[in-house]
Design a protein around this ligand. Structure first.
Ligand code: SAM
Ligand code: SF4
Ligand code: SF4
Length: 341
């Protein structure tokens, strides 16, 4: 294995693979519009293509893969892809991020296929809020999906909550208690001004500092857990020992430690969540480029990587949504739901 580092000394270790740009929810922070431009079906990578690209990436140091979307469980036969990837010894961690809607029916098959871990997005415990936030009345289905995860034998489960002022910032402690019972580790995510978040505004962001203040009011002193690793979440411990995380991408970004990149369902590789251009891997692959040529392409691009998207956004004086609807329509790969979050 050849390890590659970018211009800031950051290794290539973490790959998020979006397996579909389709979704069965319409979260207002991700897909608030009525209509979307979708990736052409013929351009979606087949499982064999994804597996072959993963081999190239693992050859360069990637040992963590997360399947995402859109909603990854909408991709037909997802367990088959999981089985193909789980057979690769180089992958130390193979996880899925899902909205949970289809988990009750798929959790066991995913576990049997060799999936290591599941992260479920859960922003609220209130069905009425869920319906307003996602424009779908399927909260009960999500809770059933979450309950199916430990039953299927998964450990290391996480629940991700995007915290938005006036929407769910009064539920932080309730969500911590819910996660404890699952059992799962809760991670609060600051609302990000990524592509697709066309309704974002700075006043809706609840910062890490505020979240800690809110939780300290309920629980008392919260202790930070010291860890210098690349993981985006800073972790904390409550007085009763419960651990939770905060991903403060908006107010305290972690670009300096970022080892992650993203592959869209159509095989475009993005070196930063905020990048407006990606590297086409599907084109060369389908034109017959072998592992060596793809390795050279990926190595060259990663070595030249200078991205610090979230830090650059933070430095802006007047921060507004990253992209306008017209730009997103013209290139759907700019969408968070295409890039996989
Ligand atoms: N559909 C799956 C889900 O929701 O878990 C996977 C894809 S989704 C794009 C991945 C993650 O991105 C979710 O946890 C979601 O909450 C997060 N996300 C989407 N838009 C966001 C935003 N504007 N700010 C912060 N997180 C966001
Ligand atoms: Fe919500 Fe995930 Fe779908 Fe985006 S991709 S609308 S975050 S469920
Ligand atoms: Fe990594 Fe870009 Fe996110 Fe910074 S903004 S943490 S460089 S993906």
């Amino acid at each position: 294995m050849t390890r590659v580092e970018d211009t800031l000394g950051r290794p290539l270790r973490n790959l998020r693979i979006s397996v579909t740009d389709r979704c069965n929810l319409r979260c207002q922070y991700c897909m608030p519009e009525e209509e979307y431009a979708w990736l052409p079906r013929a351009e979606i990578l087949h499982f064999g293509e994804i597996a072959a690209l993963v081999d190239v990436f693992t050859g360069l140091g990637v040992d963590k893969v997360r399947l995402t979307g859109g909603e990854p469980l909408l991709r037909r036969e997802l367990p088959r892809l999981v089985r193909m990837l789980a057979a690769k010894p180089a992958l130390r961690d193979l996880a899925v991020t899902t909205n949970g809607l289809l988990l009750a029916e798929q959790a066991s098959a995913l576990r049997e296929a060799g999936l290591h871990r599941v992260t479920v997005s859960l922003d609220t415990l209130r069905p009425d809020r869920f319906a307003a936030l996602t424009r779908r009345a399927s909260h009960a289905q999500v809770l059933e999906g979450i309950a199916a995860v430990p039953r299927a034998g998964f450990a290391g489960t996480k629940l991700d909550t995007v915290v938005i002022r006036g929407l769910n910032d009064d539920e932080l402690a309730d969500l911590v208690e819910f996660a404890k019972a699952v059992p799962a580790e809760l991670r609060f995510i600051e609302y990000m001004d990524v592509g697709g978040a066309t309704r974002w505004s700075p006043d809706q962001v609840v910062s890490r500092r505020e979240m800690l203040e809110l939780l300290e009011r309920r629980y008392g002193r919260i202790e930070p857990i010291v860890d210098d690793g690349p993981a985006p979440a800073d972790r904390y411990r409550l007085p009763d020992g419960t651990v939770f995380g905060i991903i403060s991408s908006t107010t305290q970004p972690f670009c300096a430690r970022c080892d992650r990149s993203r592959l869209t369902a159509d095989g475009t590789w993005y070196l930063c969540l905020y990048a407006t251009a990606g590297v086409d891997l599907r084109g060369p692959f389908r034109a017959g480029a072998g592992p060596e040529a793809l390795t050279a392409l990926i190595t060259g691009r990663w070595r030249g990587r200078t991205d610090r998207g979230a830090e650059e956004r933070l430095a802006l004086r007047d921060r507004a949504p990253l992209l306008q609807v017209a730009q997103l329509r013209a290139d759907p790969r700019l969408e968070m739901h295409t890039r996989g979050g």
